[in-house]
Write a protein that binds this ligand. Sequence first.
Ligand code: ATP
Ligand code: MG
Length: 139
Amino acid sequence: MTGNKTFTMIKPDAFAAGNSGAIIKMIEEAGFSIKAMKLVKLSAEKAGGFYAVHKERPFYNDLCKYMSSGAIIAIILEKENAVADFRKLIGATNPAEAAEGTIRKLFAKSIEANAVHGSDSDENAAIEGSFFFSELEKF
Ligand code: ATP
Ligand code: MG
Protein backbone atom coordinates (compact mmCIF):
# COMPACT_ATOMS: atom_id res chain seq x y z
CA MET A 1 0.00 0.00 0.00
CA THR A 2 1.60 3.26 -1.08
CA GLY A 3 0.56 6.76 -0.06
CA ASN A 4 -0.94 9.40 -2.29
CA LYS A 5 1.03 12.47 -1.16
CA THR A 6 4.49 13.79 -1.87
CA PHE A 7 6.36 17.00 -1.20
CA THR A 8 8.39 19.08 -3.65
CA MET A 9 10.33 22.32 -3.75
CA ILE A 10 11.13 24.37 -6.81
CA LYS A 11 14.73 25.16 -5.88
CA PRO A 12 16.43 28.61 -6.05
CA ASP A 13 18.04 28.04 -9.48
CA ALA A 14 14.75 27.14 -11.17
CA PHE A 15 12.77 29.87 -9.42
CA ALA A 16 15.37 32.55 -10.29
CA ALA A 17 15.48 31.40 -13.91
CA GLY A 18 11.73 31.91 -14.25
CA ASN A 19 11.01 28.21 -14.74
CA SER A 20 8.45 27.78 -11.94
CA GLY A 21 5.43 28.09 -14.23
CA ALA A 22 6.75 25.57 -16.75
CA ILE A 23 7.67 23.11 -13.98
CA ILE A 24 4.26 23.40 -12.25
CA LYS A 25 2.59 22.88 -15.65
CA MET A 26 4.55 19.63 -16.16
CA ILE A 27 3.62 18.48 -12.65
CA GLU A 28 -0.09 19.13 -13.21
CA GLU A 29 -0.05 17.55 -16.67
CA ALA A 30 1.47 14.43 -15.09
CA GLY A 31 -1.68 14.10 -12.97
CA PHE A 32 -0.60 15.60 -9.65
CA SER A 33 -2.89 18.05 -7.85
CA ILE A 34 -1.66 20.83 -5.60
CA LYS A 35 -2.73 20.50 -1.95
CA ALA A 36 -0.64 23.36 -0.51
CA MET A 37 1.81 25.84 -2.01
CA LYS A 38 3.89 28.81 -0.82
CA LEU A 39 6.81 31.01 -1.82
CA VAL A 40 9.46 31.00 0.93
CA LYS A 41 13.06 32.03 1.49
CA LEU A 42 14.86 29.61 3.81
CA SER A 43 17.56 30.71 6.22
CA ALA A 44 20.75 28.61 6.12
CA GLU A 45 19.68 27.14 9.49
CA LYS A 46 16.25 26.12 8.17
CA ALA A 47 17.80 24.63 5.02
CA GLY A 48 20.22 22.73 7.29
CA GLY A 49 17.31 21.39 9.30
CA PHE A 50 15.46 20.27 6.19
CA TYR A 51 18.49 18.41 4.83
CA ALA A 52 19.74 17.18 8.25
CA VAL A 53 19.92 13.59 6.91
CA HIS A 54 22.83 14.77 4.73
CA LYS A 55 24.80 16.38 7.63
CA GLU A 56 27.78 14.08 7.21
CA ARG A 57 27.96 14.38 3.41
CA PRO A 58 30.78 16.50 1.90
CA PHE A 59 28.27 18.65 -0.01
CA TYR A 60 26.13 19.54 3.05
CA ASN A 61 27.45 23.08 3.70
CA ASP A 62 27.26 24.06 0.04
CA LEU A 63 23.77 22.57 -0.17
CA CYS A 64 22.58 24.70 2.79
CA LYS A 65 24.11 27.82 1.22
CA TYR A 66 22.53 27.09 -2.13
CA MET A 67 19.08 26.26 -0.73
CA SER A 68 19.06 29.55 1.22
CA SER A 69 20.42 31.65 -1.68
CA GLY A 70 17.01 32.69 -3.01
CA ALA A 71 13.28 32.04 -2.95
CA ILE A 72 11.86 28.56 -3.32
CA ILE A 73 8.30 27.28 -3.85
CA ALA A 74 7.21 24.55 -1.41
CA ILE A 75 4.36 22.33 -2.64
CA ILE A 76 2.40 19.35 -1.31
CA LEU A 77 1.14 17.16 -4.16
CA GLU A 78 -1.46 14.43 -4.40
CA LYS A 79 -1.68 11.52 -6.82
CA GLU A 80 -1.93 7.75 -6.59
CA ASN A 81 1.58 6.32 -5.97
CA ALA A 82 2.78 9.92 -5.53
CA VAL A 83 6.34 9.43 -4.21
CA ALA A 84 7.53 6.96 -6.86
CA ASP A 85 5.69 8.62 -9.75
CA PHE A 86 7.09 12.04 -8.83
CA ARG A 87 10.68 10.74 -8.57
CA LYS A 88 10.20 9.33 -12.06
CA LEU A 89 8.91 12.69 -13.34
CA ILE A 90 11.89 14.63 -11.93
CA GLY A 91 14.64 12.19 -12.98
CA ALA A 92 18.05 11.40 -11.48
CA THR A 93 19.77 13.73 -8.97
CA ASN A 94 22.50 14.49 -11.51
CA PRO A 95 20.90 16.07 -14.60
CA ALA A 96 23.63 14.49 -16.74
CA GLU A 97 22.12 11.12 -15.79
CA ALA A 98 18.46 12.18 -15.84
CA ALA A 99 16.20 10.58 -18.48
CA GLU A 100 15.02 12.62 -21.48
CA GLY A 101 11.86 14.57 -20.79
CA THR A 102 12.30 14.67 -17.01
CA ILE A 103 12.13 17.96 -15.11
CA ARG A 104 15.79 17.79 -14.08
CA LYS A 105 16.91 16.94 -17.61
CA LEU A 106 15.03 19.97 -18.91
CA PHE A 107 15.71 22.53 -16.15
CA ALA A 108 18.54 21.50 -13.78
CA LYS A 109 21.87 23.33 -14.02
CA SER A 110 24.07 20.90 -12.05
CA ILE A 111 23.99 18.01 -9.55
CA GLU A 112 23.56 20.63 -6.79
CA ALA A 113 21.34 23.19 -8.53
CA ASN A 114 18.98 20.51 -9.79
CA ALA A 115 15.73 22.50 -10.10
CA VAL A 116 13.44 20.46 -7.86
CA HIS A 117 13.24 18.34 -4.72
CA GLY A 118 11.17 15.17 -4.43
CA SER A 119 10.47 13.19 -1.24
CA ASP A 120 12.00 9.71 -1.19
CA SER A 121 9.37 7.90 0.95
CA ASP A 122 5.82 8.27 2.23
CA GLU A 123 7.19 8.87 5.71
CA ASN A 124 9.53 11.67 4.54
CA ALA A 125 6.77 13.20 2.40
CA ALA A 126 4.68 13.66 5.55
CA ILE A 127 7.62 15.01 7.58
CA GLU A 128 8.71 17.42 4.83
CA GLY A 129 5.17 18.68 4.16
CA SER A 130 4.77 19.43 7.87
CA PHE A 131 8.12 21.27 7.87
CA PHE A 132 6.50 23.98 5.70
CA PHE A 133 2.74 23.75 6.29
CA SER A 134 0.39 23.58 9.27
CA GLU A 135 -2.61 21.24 9.10
CA LEU A 136 -4.86 24.27 8.41
CA GLU A 137 -2.85 25.17 5.29
CA LYS A 138 -3.30 21.75 3.66
CA PHE A 139 -6.32 21.31 1.36
P1 ATP B 1 16.28 15.83 -3.30
O1 ATP B 1 16.34 15.21 -1.92
O2 ATP B 1 16.58 17.29 -3.31
O3 ATP B 1 15.00 15.48 -4.03
P2 ATP B 1 17.76 13.61 -4.34
O4 ATP B 1 16.90 12.78 -3.44
O5 ATP B 1 17.71 13.28 -5.81
O6 ATP B 1 17.42 15.14 -4.19
P3 ATP B 1 19.84 13.49 -2.38
O7 ATP B 1 20.87 12.43 -2.37
O8 ATP B 1 18.72 13.41 -1.38
O9 ATP B 1 19.26 13.56 -3.87
O10 ATP B 1 20.59 14.89 -2.25
C1 ATP B 1 19.92 16.05 -1.83
C2 ATP B 1 20.40 17.22 -2.65
O11 ATP B 1 21.76 17.48 -2.34
C3 ATP B 1 20.39 17.01 -4.16
O12 ATP B 1 19.15 17.22 -4.76
C4 ATP B 1 21.40 18.05 -4.61
O13 ATP B 1 20.84 19.37 -4.59
C5 ATP B 1 22.44 17.93 -3.50
N1 ATP B 1 23.48 16.95 -3.84
C6 ATP B 1 23.36 15.60 -3.86
N2 ATP B 1 24.51 15.01 -4.23
C7 ATP B 1 25.39 16.01 -4.45
C8 ATP B 1 26.75 16.07 -4.86
N3 ATP B 1 27.45 14.96 -5.10
N4 ATP B 1 27.34 17.28 -4.98
C9 ATP B 1 26.63 18.42 -4.73
N5 ATP B 1 25.35 18.45 -4.34
C10 ATP B 1 24.73 17.26 -4.21
MG1 MG C 1 16.66 13.22 -1.37
